[in-house]
Design a protein around this ligand. Sequence first.
Ligand SMILES: N[C@@H](CCC(=O)N[C@@H](CS)C(=O)NCC(=O)O)C(=O)O
Length: 232
Amino acid sequence: MIDLYFAPTPNGWKITIMLEECGLPYHLIPLNIAAGEQFEDNFLAISPNARMPAIVDPEGEDGAVHLFESAAILIYLAEKSQQFMPQDQAGFYSVTQWLFWQMANLGPMAGQLSHFINYAPEGNDYSKTRYRNEYDRLLGVMNFQLGKNTYLAGEFYSIADMACFPWLLPYKHYGFDLAAFPHLRRWFDQLKQRPQLRKGVDIGKDWRPAASPDNDSRAILFNQTSAIYKDK
Ligand SMILES: N[C@@H](CCC(=O)N[C@@H](CS)C(=O)NCC(=O)O)C(=O)O
C-alpha cells in the first residue's frame, strides 16, 4: 500500500484527489508542518526539500519508490494506474505542459498570495497587489484555455486538472469572484460534481487549525534558512 505524507493544503489534496480517482489504496501519514515534523530525519530522507506531499510505494517496479514534488507523484500514479494521462504523444505533452504550468505558476503565486493575505495582514500592500494580480492573470489564462477546451489539456480529464483544482478552492478568501471567468467557473463546477474529487479534497479538512499559527509555529514555518540542514 502507498504511504502518503500529507497535510491538508492544496498540494496535499492534488494527491488525495488522484488516489481517490484512480482507486489505488493508500495509507495517510499526517504531517504537522506547524510543529516542524517536515524536518525530521525520516521525512527528509524521502523529501529533502522538507515539503509535503511525499509518497513511499513499496511496490514499485524495481522495489520501493520514494517520491517528493506533487507533479512527480501525479505522473507516477498516472503511470502506475494507467489512468488520467494519455499515452499518445500529443495528449501526453499537452498534460505535461499544463502540469508544469501549475507547478511553476498557479501554485507558487497562489501560495504567496495566501501567505500575504493570511499571515501579513498588517501591511505589505506591494506584495499583496503583486500576487493578487498574478493570481488574477493566471485565472485569466485558465479561463482562456477552458474557453477552447473542456479540460485544461484538451477533451480529457487529467492529472493537470487535478493539480490546478485545489488552488481554485480559496478564490473567495483571496477576494475573487469566478463570475468574471465564465469558462473557469464551468470547469470548476463540473469538476466539483466528481465524487472522488470531492472525497479527495475533504481529507483532513477538519484537522486544519481554526486560529492563525502562534509565535512558535510562525518561527517554524516562516523563518526557514539553510540552517535546517546544518547538522544533518
Ligand atoms: N512544489 C512542491 C510544493 C510543496 C509545498 O510547498 N508544500 C508545503 C505545504 S502546501 C509544505 O510542505 N510546507 C512546509 C513548510 O513550509 O515548512 C510540491 O508541489 O509538492
